[in-house]
Design a protein around this ligand. Structure first.
Ligand code: SF4
Length: 200
């Protein structure tokens, strides 16, 4: 392991450390719902707190309406340092940060993972999607089939919250928000033990 790889707040393993204000660490309670996002944004980088920008507040609002308050769920990201200009994290950065993500899931022992957006889902789901991520989300959250799992924890994929916040629509005209709420509801059902299907 290189210098900086063993200290979560001083990690320098990938180039993203150069532009960050601070590392955004996981937060929230263990043993419940863990939301995994793509990367910290400007507000997260400035405050050191995950999911506080518009996308994070959108997720808070969706979960709150489903009975899960912000203080009742945990959060982390695929990469812990803000990519410059909010670009997507590169493959080598995602790979470099993966041990931190694996460790967060191990430490937080969630009952269910909510993968918020395609980048997060790609890290915790082994299934491939060719037809489109939103179609995959729709298929996976269908109550008639077991959920995929990561480290033995059921995984629910959902759309990124940005299109929910901006009220974007799918090609068939349905609001992406509808799918996002349905996915979050599936995760909450798993959290409260309402979905006894086995993992696959
Ligand atoms: S993004 Fe992850 S691997 Fe890269 S410097 Fe930050 S904490 Fe380390």
């Amino acid at each position: 392991m290189s210098v900086g790889a063993s200290d979560p707040v001083r990690c320098t393993v990938c180039r993203l450390h150069r532009g960050r204000t601070q590392v955004v660490l996981p937060d929230g309670p263990a043993g419940g719902l863990l939301a995994i996002g793509e990367a910290p944004g400007q507000q997260e980088d400035a405050t050191g707190i995950g999911f506080v920008g518009r996308a994070g507040r959108t997720l808070d609002a969706v979960l709150e309406r489903l009975g899960v308050a912000r203080q009742a769920y945990a959060r982390t990201n695929v990469v812990r340092c803000r990519p410059p200009d909010n670009r997507k994290p590169r493959a080598d950065e995602v790979l470099a940060c993966r041990p931190w993500l694996e460790g967060a899931v191990r430490d937080l022992r969630p009952r269910v993972i909510l993968a918020v957006g395609q980048s997060a889902a790609a890290q915790v789901m082994s299934v491939q999607w060719g037809a489109g991520y939103l179609d995959l989300v729709e298929e996976v959250i269908s109550a008639s089939r077991p959920l995929p799992s990561y480290q033995g924890v059921p995984v629910v994929p959902m759309p990124h919250t940005s299109p929910l916040a901006w009220n974007r629509r799918r090609p068939d005209g349905t609001p992406i928000r509808e799918l996002g709420v349905a996915a979050a509801a599936r995760a909450v059902a798993e959290l409260i033990g309402d979905t006894p299907l086995p993992l696959r």
